[in-house]
Design a protein around this ligand. Structure first.
Ligand code: C2E
Ligand code: MG
Ligand code: MG
Length: 629
């Protein structure tokens, strides 16, 4: 606080000259040098000093009681001087949480009782009862201990001055330097320092500290399409929601852009951290009203815990970042804790991404086609195009994995364009009555050039637009609702068909169905998987989805039918279109073409009578914490 105290010096020096010359004009004799022995004139000088308001003087006795205070100081305190004399000095001040020098382990009051030199210490005045004052004021005090000849402490002799304005300005400046002006959250600088300080203090005390890192899915899209002011507003609303969840449990910082960090001191309980992360994800994913429009973003959360995942800030942040990375590609809207194998996983994904770039140009990608069968006459009405990657070393890489990698790395537009071109081209060789369904990633859908791409592909190939069905998932509704609606309108205007894939697994908001012109709902295969289990609700859900779809004039495809008992159940509930291994697995183009050449493509179901829902093994990692390990 030394810097604070020196701020007033310039004004003070001006004042002292004014004081001296003022008096000097009236009594020219006073201009004569004041000798050290001239006590009267030295006292006068002191009075001038006090009156000029440069500073005040004070003195205390050995018990810390005030025995002298400049009259001006009492006036500043709005108290009669008699009420102040005799009061313990410490009663005048109170602890100040904003003052970095007022440390909990060594409060100012304590420093005043040590009989050591006090140097420009900024103290906050207590709102004295008699004063009834509510105005906050700060003084800077300097004092020397006075001892008698035997070295006995007699009390302090000191000066004081009001530094309220400077102090408050400094406080505001440091607030600006520490907080993000957009959201009011701690900025990168502050949160970094806080984390460093917390970890350093906790290390010795063997206390734990949770760290969460999150960023927003689809934020860029909102920013790009609705404009930066809307993006700013969204960030402000996100900050308010985060504060609502975290409350006093920790400190939230915005690192910049759409990245946030949350320090959670003394929180290492995974169950509680997980709950907290889940609440954050749910709350952040609710729609945001902005300028009478609606925007939706999602978020993923990575969680690291000190000391287990890192002792220093760098290590803990690195671990938490890996957890965030894993959360993001585990399907959006998830949270993940750090674990040691995430490092290998991240490395493997990096490698796969490199390989995927090569695969695009070297014929390792291929489209397979899975028939969708009309139950009434067993005819194949369309085929879903599913991408396959035959990796030279690893063999088949699951599309869920490489599609997610492509999405993350912004390679999905190229991959998706390749898939669309190839599927449409292939479908041109099939009968006119047979359609092709192509999966479109939400990232691809939100690309402003997507509609143009579909237009071009249709024009170049000559495929009748209604033979092309685009399969979208609910994540296309993230981002800004107007742009999404505009894309839907443009695609409908082209005459292509739209299907909502994996229905029932995401948010399944009925509001989406109200506004989006889907031609088809695809019931996710997880419902079919358990539809033959008695105590399960899946069959009721399938019935409800088919009913909903009928009511809205849409068609329904039931995915993942593998056995006859499932077929029976879903048909009883009104299913008319089926896609599943019971009819056919995804096939190579050559096989599809062959089947069409031999006439009508009908499929007789073939497979097991009964479906046994796959027994799922659940692996749980159990962490045992012993001392630091
Ligand atoms: P999806 O679009 O829901 O595709 C259906 C998935 O279910 C396919 O898995 C299909 O092989 C599988 N399936 C169909 N019937 C059955 C069945 O009876 N039993 C079982 N166990 N599975 C069945 P696949 O080919 O592994 O694709 C997985 C996901 O990867 C797709 O889910 C889709 O989201 C994505 N995907 C595949 N190809 C593409 C593509 O070209 N572009 C995009 N964006 N995503 C793609
Ligand atoms: Mg699909
Ligand atoms: Mg699906």
């Amino acid at each position: 606080m030394a810097r604070l105290a020196s701020i007033g010096t310039k004004v003070a020096v001006k004042g002292i000259f004014k004081g001296l010359t003022g008096r000097g004009d009236a009594a020219p004799a006073a201009l004569a040098p004041i000798s050290q022995s001239d006590t009267r004139r030295r006292l006068e000088l002191l009075e001038d000093f006090e009156a000029a308001g440069i500073g005040w003087l004070w003195a205390s006795d050995a018990q810390g009681r005030l025995i002298y205070l400049s009259k001006n100081a009492a006036e500043h305190l709005e108290l009669p001087i008699e009420n102040l004399i005799g009061k313990p000095l410490t009663d005048l001040f109170e602890s100040d949480p904003d003052n970095p020098e007022d440390k909990p382990d060594r409060p100012l009051k304590f420093q005043l009782s040590t009989a050591k030199r006090i140097n420009e210490l900024v103290v906050r005045l207590a709102p004295l009862e008699e004063r009834g004052a509510t105005r906050r004021a700060w003084w800077s005090i300097t004092a020397l201990p006075k001892h008698d000849a035997e070295g006995e402490f007699l009390g302090y002799r000191g000066s004081a001055k009001d530094v309220t304005a400077e102090y408050q300005r400094k406080l505001e400046e440091s607030r600006l330097a520490e907080y993000d002006s957009l959201t009011g959250l701690a900025n990168r600088h502050r949160i970094t320092r806080r984390l460093e300080a917390t970890l350093a203090a906790y290390k010795a005390a063997r206390r734990s500290c949770g760290l969460m890192m999150l960023d927003l899915d689809r934020f860029k899209q909102v920013n790009d399409t609705m404009g930066h002011p809307a993006g700013d507003e969204l960030l402000r609303q996100v900050a308010r929601r985060l504060e609502k969840v975290i409350g006093h449990r920790g400190e939230i910082g915005r690192l910049g852009g759409d990245e946030f960090q949350i320090i959670l001191p003394d929180l290492d309980d995974r169950a509680r951290l997980g709950e907290l992360a889940q609440t954050i994800i749910q709350l952040v994913s609710q729609p945001y009203p902005i300028d009478g429009k609606r925007a939706v973003v999602g978020t993923s959360v990575g969680i690291g815990i000190a000391p287990y995942d890192g002792l220093t800030r760098e290590d803990l942040v690195r671990s938490t970042d890996l957890a965030l990375y894993a959360a993001k590609h585990g399907g959006r809207g998830q949270f993940r804790f750090f674990s040691a194998d995430l490092k290998d996983e991240a490395e493997e994904r990096r490698q796969l991404l490199e390989d995927l770039k090569g695969a695009l140009t070297s014929d390792e990608l291929e489209m397979h086609y899975q028939p969708v069968v009309r139950v009434a006459d067993s005819r194949v009405v369309s085929l879903e195009a599913l991408m396959r990657w035959d990796h030279p070393d690893r063999g088949a890489v699951p599309p869920t994995l490489f599609i997610a990698i492509a999405e993350e790395a912004n390679l999905i537009n190229e991959v998706g364009e390749w898939a669309l071109r190839r599927s449409v081209r292939d479908a041109c060789g099939w009968p006119e009555s047979v359609g092709v369904a192509v999966n479109v990633s939400a990232v691809q859908f939100s690309n402003p050039a997507f509609v143009t791409l579909v237009t071009d592909v249709l024009a170049e190939s000559g495929l009748r637009p209604d033979r092309l069905e685009l399969e979208l998932t609910e994540s296309v509704f993230m981002g800004d609702s107007e742009t999404t609606a505009e894309t839907f309108r443009a695609l409908k205007a082209l005459g292509v068909r739209l299907a909502l894939d994996d229905f029932g697994t995401g948010y399944s908001s009925l509001a989406y169905l109200r506004s989006a012109p889907f031609d088809r709902l695809k019931v996710d295969r997880t419902f079919v998987d358990s539809c033959t289990v008695k105590e399960d609700n899946s069959v009721k859900i399938i019935a409800a989805i088919i009913g909903l779809s009928d009511a809205l004039g849409m068609e329904t495809t039931v995915e993942g039918v593998e056995a006859f008992d499932q077929l029976e159940v879903v048909c009883a509930k009104g299913a008319r279109f089926i896609q599943g291994y019971l009819f056919a697995k995804p096939m190579k183009l050559a096989d599809v073409t062959e089947r069409f050449r031999s006439g009508e493509f009908r499929i007789v179901p073939d497979g097991p009578d009964r479906h046994r829902p796959e027994r799922r093994s659940v692996f749980r990692r159990i962490g045992i914490i012993h001392e630091d390990h």
